[in-house]
Design a protein around this ligand. Structure first.
Ligand SMILES: Nc1ncnc2c1ncn2[C@@H]1O[C@H](COP(=O)(O)OP(=O)(O)OP(=O)(O)O)[C@@H](O)[C@H]1O
Length: 235
């Protein structure tokens, strides 16, 4: 009988602590966090304002490095893999402030991200794929070809979501992705996250205050006093 070796988790945080150093004081935000994120799973991270959710997301998405501990992607330390390479090839992030390129249209924001990350759709052009994704989340062609500054906050948020979805990555991070959206649009986005996890075997990690979002996810984590704890989602 052969014994199969289990694949490492897609993302693992081991002994991760993070402290911000100001001129007068140091703020210890995360304290010795151990957690393994798996593919095919949709996670929500809840926690009071200021508990460190965005900090955790910025470390896990390779935007910053922890002051202590290690973060690995499929068993490889992010600093060895290269943070830029990790962000380009394996992880996409939907930021709270959208971070769109304000001199471009919605469509160009999406196609530009595909070009930068070298994402080629399996069928059709990048433009066709981008238009399809924008339409899927409720932005028609007229809106897609408008400069993003001529879109509302909620519409800009949807462009940021389409941009992240367009890049075929292993892990999708999102910081309050439904904060500016009406209930129906938010439900559609949550459905897309579930589909990504369950049908495309991606790992989806969302930071939110929304109980609606948490109720739809597979695992709910809570960040409090620097510690991350998990509850199994009872549905
Ligand atoms: N660059 C920084 N320098 C110093 N302190 C920071 C920095 N960024 C965040 N903090 C502090 O770290 C703590 C955690 O902030 P963080 O933004 O991660 O919390 P959060 O849980 O995402 O909050 P919210 O739910 O309000 O968005 C806060 O006390 C914040 O003031």
């Amino acid at each position: 009988m052969t014994s199969a070796t289990a694949a490492p988790p897609v993302l693992r945080l081991a002994g991760v602590s993070h402290t911000y150093s100001g001129q007068r004081r140091r703020t210890a935000v995360l304290k010795d966090i151990d957690y393994a994120f798996e593919r095919g799973t949709f996670y929500t991270i809840l926690g009071p304002s200021g508990s460190g959710k965005t900090t955790l997301l910025s470390l896990a998405s390779g935007l910053d490095t922890p002051t202590k501990g290690t973060i690995t992607f499929e068993g490889q330390d992010l600093t060895e893999l290269g943070l830029g390479r990790y962000r380009n090839q394996h992880a996409a992030t939907i930021f709270q402030q959208y971070n769109l390129l304000t001199y471009l249209t919605a469509l160009q924001n999406v196609t530009c991200a595909m070009e930068i990350t070298g994402t080629k759709p399996t069928t059709g052009s990048r433009k066709a794929r981008a238009l399809h994704l924008l339409e899927k989340i409720g932005l028609d062609k007229a809106m897609a070809t408008r400069n993003v500054l001529q879109l509302s906050g909620g519409q800009q948020q949807r462009v940021a979501i389409a941009r992240a979805l367009a890049c075929d990555v292993d892990i999708l991070f999102a910081d309050e992705p439904t904060g500016n959206l009406d209930e129906d649009t938010a439900a559609g986005i949550i459905g897309t996250f579930r589909e990504l996890a369950h049908e495309q075997d991606k790992c989806v990690v969302v930071v939110s205050h929304s109980q609606q979002l948490a109720a739809q996810s597979d695992r709910v984590l809570t960040l409090r006093k620097g510690k991350l704890t998990e509850q199994v989602n009872a549905r």
